[in-house]
Ligand binder design. Structure first.
Ligand code: ARG
Length: 425
């Protein structure tokens, strides 16, 4: 029998190279607190339903709670570590053994690592924990809990950025500036309207993240590997304890569904488009040619060779990071498109893509917020740009002629000729 938790039917040990290849611990270690929280809810339900012996369930519960407290303390949440049932949080580390429990690649993934540590602490009673559960519904649950939290964090960050733009717009809500189409001067607009357009984009992003958060709040637990369980699991009470208002209707869908990750990654990609368009305008406005904004030294960088340079690096980097997030979304879509039901190991690859998409978007939202704190609008430059170019009022001139009874097409032509300097213009 192999030493793995699933080793019963195996005579030989797996090749070391393939163990390392298949291990997801370096990535899913991030889910450790969510996994512990899910296991706590599961064992309490098994005990309430009389599915496992009460004594063993109590020892498992005590062991898991100690682990959860230790894990919290290790990631720096001393206050939460003291409460009875601290809410989970992501573990951000590159270590596979962030709590000093002796985790290693051979543990395969965070689910097995936790079970091994529990068994080391409480002995064979730990073996009751996985009753009526598979890693397939377990990992899906962890990702749902994580997705709910990260979508809420994204909504909060995007709303914070929208408010920052509101404050910046209030510096000159009615201040005239040139408005552009085709990046050619088109009609006068105001600083308030221009920044208001971005506020609208981020308002929609916030709504999308909220909707994603609500749709991700479904519990797959109880689906088992794919076909549920012969035990009388109480799926609704586990879901309720975890703050998830709904339970998957179909057990195969429960373990195969990653729509909620795709939706959040798609919302991230769109939010990155908005960030990037804003970044592009800020880069343009900071040029000597436009001069519509000035950057504080706190948010710009210099050149190693050219002493005069002051570069808008953070905005450029935000623009540049879009490709990663679009790639992550693409990776998730391609990952799923050819998979037969239900779980396939391919799905382990959802985590690097999803974590990167959400980490990158959160980092860019924070960076844009910080960058905007050092942006000073030059309202006088904008006004001067409008006043220096009377042709920017051409549409208004044509409309004035219409008000005097000239058909619009004729008015358009008259103003055009006047701007060309013919017809007495
Ligand atoms: N590490 C796995 C993942 O991330 C957990 C589920 C494994 N399930 C299995 N049947 N091998 O997808």
């Amino acid at each position: 029998m192999s030493g793995a938790l699933w080793g019963g039917r195996f005579e030989e040990e797996p090749l070391e190279a393939l163990v390392a290849f298949g291990a997801s611990l370096p990535v899913d270690v991030r889910l450790a607190l969510y996994d512990l929280r899910g296991s706590l809810a599961h064992i309490r339900m098994l005990k309430r339903q009389g599915i496992v012996p009460a004594g063993a369930a109590e020892r498992i519960e005590a062991g898991l709670r100690t682990m959860l407290r230790e894990a919290w303390a290790a990631i720096g949440g001393a206050a939460a570590a003291g409460t009875a049932d601290p809410a989970p949080a992501p573990v951000r580390t590159s270590s596979v053994d962030p709590f000093g429990w002796g985790w290693r690649l051979a543990d395969e993934d965070v689910h097995m690592a936790i079970e091994r540590t529990l068994a080391e602490r409480i002995g064979p009673d730990a073996g009751w924990l996985h009753t009526g559960r598979s890693r397939n519904d377990q990992v899906a649950l962890d990702m749902h809990l994580y997705a709910v939290d990260v979508a809420a964090a994204l909504e909060k960050a995007v709303e914070g950025l929208r408010q920052r733009l509101e404050v910046l717009a209030a510096r000159g809500p009615d201040a005239p500036m040139p408005g552009y189409t085709h990046l050619q001067r088109a009609q006068p607009v105001t600083w308030g309207t221009h920044l208001g357009a971005y506020q609208e984009m981020f308002r929609r992003d916030a709504e999308r993240f909220r909707a994603c958060c609500e749709r991700a709040a479904v519990s797959p637990l109880g689906a088992g590997a794919l076909a549920g369980s012969s035990f009388p699991l109480d799926r609704a009470s586990v879901a309720a304890e975890l703050g998830l208002p709904a339970v998957y209707a179909n057990t195969m869908d429960a373990v195969a569904d990653r729509d909620f990750l795709v939706e959040i990654a798609a919302a991230c990609a769109l939010c990155m488009v908005h960030l990037s368009r804003l970044a592009e305008e800020l880069v343009l406005w900071a040029t000597a040619e436009f001069g519509f904004i000035r950057l504080s030294d706190r948010v710009a960088t210099g050149s190693s060779m050219m002493p005069q340079k002051k570069n808008p690096d953070p905005a450029e980097l935000i623009r540049g990071k879009c490709g990663r997030v679009f790639g992550d979304l693409q990776a998730l879509l391609v990952l799923l498109k050819g998979l037969p039901l239900a779980y396939n190991k391919d799905m382990q690859e959802d985590k690097p893509a999803f974590f990167d998409a959400t980490d990158t978007t959160l980092a860019c939202l924070d960076a844009m917020d910080a960058f905007l704190s050092g942006v000073e609008p030059d309202l006088e430059r904008m006004r001067a740009a409008v006043e220096a170019d009377p042709s920017i009022h051409a549409t208004r001139m044509a409309e004035d002629l219409v008000r005097q009874g000239v058909p619009f097409r004729e008015a358009h032509a008259q103003v055009g000729r006047r701007l060309r300097g013919v017809d007495g213009g």
